[in-house]
Write a protein that binds this ligand. Structure first.
Ligand SMILES: [Zn+2]
Length: 246
């Protein structure tokens, strides 16, 4: 794969990084990534990966934009309320960077369609807002052998974890949430700057993981305290009884 003169100019400030270079930029260009959820997390992840020159982004979301989304979802504006998020997010990608192939999938991810939706991708980033979806996403990633980057933000806490094989996301949260389908943000509240911080951390982790920068982060969860403004990292032990990866 070669980079055009326009691509070399566009990505010059990251290609000049010794850890990225032309080789890393080509890895980004070759990468096909699926993003579940074009909400608060997706609103940070999608622009960051599009700007960085990810080759292909599949954006999966079955929701439409509501007025109460706009404080934390800067992919959308006032005129977009009532419009489907997946298509609007894909249009944002096309506007920002024509080099990125994008497809919008207006479906809710569940155990029945997740495998089909994720096949062929090298990374899945889950920014969905409920545990039933997150567990369905995780189950499909384990079955397909695709690394999963899970990101969530609620109240003043953000969480980002990379799972590749064992331990999986289910080892981290357990089975109790399989039927949980509620939108937590509606009940508990969240700041847009918190979802943005968490989503950008997830995008950075995705780029590092694709390019091969830093240590392997699989099996670690990074937790942000938005009140204290501190990050801490925990290691997730594999659950011997996990029904997904055990
Ligand atoms: Zn597991």
């Amino acid at each position: 794969m070669t980079l055009s003169d326009a691509e070399l100019e566009r990505y010059a400030r990251q290609i000049v990084l010794r850890e990225v270079g032309g080789v890393g930029q080509n890895k980004l260009k070759a990468a096909k990534v699926a993003v579940v959820g074009a909400g608060g997390i997706g609103s940070a992840v999608i622009p960051a990966l599009t700007g960085a020159g990810i080759g292909s982004l599949t954006i999966i979301d079955d929701d439409v934009v509501e007025l109460a989304n706009l404080h934390r979802q800067p992919l959308f504006g006032d005129a977009d309320t009532g419009q489907p998020k997946a298509e609007l997010a894909a249009r944002f990608v096309e506007r920002l960077n024509r080099n990125v192939e994008t497809s919008a999938v207006r479906q809710r991810v569940g155990p029945d369609n997740a495998g089909e939706l994720f096949a062929g991708h090298e990374l899945v980033i889950d920014g969905s807002d409920n545990f039933a979806t997150r567990l369905a996403v995780s189950g499909a990633c384990v079955a397909l052998g695709i690394p999963l980057l899970s990101a969530a933000a609620i109240q003043f806490q953000g969480q980002v974890g990379l799972f590749s094989g064992r331990p999986c996301y289910r080892c981290f949260v357990g089975d109790a949430f399989d039927a949980d389908d509620c939108d937590n943000c509606a009940e508990l509240g969240v700041l847009g700057a918190l979802t943005g911080t968490t989503g950008n951390f997830a995008a950075l982790l995705a780029i590092n993981s694709i390019v091969g920068i830093g240590d392997d982060q699989a099996g670690r969860v990074h937790i942000f305290d938005g009140a204290a403004l501190t990050w801490r990292t925990i290691r997730i032990p594999p659950d011997p009884a996990c029904k997904a990866c055990g």
